[in-house]
Design a protein around this ligand. Structure first.
Ligand SMILES: [Zn+2]
Length: 157
């Protein structure tokens, strides 16, 4: 990776650009070019595809706790907490936590969709809030019940 900026300053630039998007609720060509300079092309394109598919839901419970649910292309759902850049996907674990990337595509998509006012909204109760967050955690740390990721299996000899 050839970033000349540190991840912290990249995030500061990204925050400014996303604030500019939010101010007009539009993604101008200039802002798109600027975003493409700080995010890898594939990541930005994937995030924009997620926004276009309108599969991001802002979940809000009565205590004003909020998280975002992103429907993945393989029928899975991911939980995003954009304030902390957390996502329940594996890219968060293998890329974001290793500081190879500031955001996964889901968190970037949530930030873009929020700035563009493109999120669906759903009110949930406190029990649903807990259930959804816990289910998300189990999906990623335990064995998937229905779907096994189509990656190479790690077999110990
Ligand atoms: Zn993610």
């Amino acid at each position: 990776m050839e970033d000349s900026l540190t991840p912290v300053s990249l995030e500061a630039v990204a925050h400014q650009l996303l604030s500019a998007v939010a101010a007009t609720r539009t993604l101008s060509d200039d802002l798109l070019v600027s975003l493409s300079l700080i995010f890898k092309h594939g990541l930005l394109q994937q995030a924009l595809d997620i926004v276009d598919r309108k599969c991001i839901t802002r979940m809000k419970c009565p205590a004003n706790r909020v998280f975002y649910q992103v429907a993945g292309s393989a029928g899975r759902f991911y939980i995003c907490l954009p304030d902390s850049n957390y996502c329940s996907c594996m890219s968060y674990v293998f890329s974001v936590l290793k500081s190879e990337s500031s955001y996964c595509k889901h968190v970037l998509a949530v930030k873009l969709a929020d700035a563009l006012a493109q999120c669906l909204e759903q009110d949930i109760d406190d029990t649903q809030y807990l259930t959804m967050l816990c289910a998300s955690e189990l999906n990623e740390t335990g064995q998937p019940l229905g779907q096994q990721a189509a990656g190479p299996s790690s077999v110990r000899a």
